[in-house]
Design a protein around this ligand. Sequence first.
Ligand code: HPA
Length: 230
Amino acid sequence: MTPHNNAERSDIAKTVIMPGDPKRAKYIAENYLDNYTLVNDVRGILTYTGMYKGKHITVMASGMGMPSMAIYATELFKFYDVDKIIRVGTCGALKEGVKVNDLLLVKDAYTTSNFSHSLTGNLKNIEKSSLILNERIINSARILDLNIKEVRINTSDIFYREYIDKNIESENCSAVEMETFALLYIAKHFGKDATAILTVSDSLITGESLTSEQREKSLKNAITLALESL
Ligand code: HPA
């Protein structure tokens, strides 16, 4: 157990699916897992472990932003011996060609935050996701006939932004969200695998957005893809 997780080590599977929202974790457990149990609820970060097609899976919320993701991802890798984390989340489009409801696979994440320096003393602004997980996801997408684009995304500390940083444009980021860089950097730090499947929930270019109900529905493809790839 840790200050943020009251699950026993054996309660957590080697593979974890991480949505941002605790309600989404509950939704995934209730709709996709067999024989699931609630193994943690500290601070409302609902965590369930169950079976998906015979495989032991944990679904745990990350909360919002890199500091929150960093706490849970670190504890999962360091104290719970987790091997793989797939984030299933939403993002805002930063390019005209990226549309609401599109499914994105994060190839790498760029951030202007000093997250890496705060953690290790070394500043790194781009982190790659796991090639092994990405290959499996692309393969599953082909089998499921789902269209997924492999892209660079921007992980930001700001939701209510006043402008888009020139660096984010020049780094060719397709979309923005607030957690993935931390997940990928921490996974690399501990020698583990992580990636993210993101649904485009809004566009910073056109102003289009999904309602929270549509958001939940559009996550279905991302959830199926994450689970099938495991
Ligand atoms: N900004 C940051 N995170 C997000 C956004 C956004 O516009 N949309 C979904 N997650």
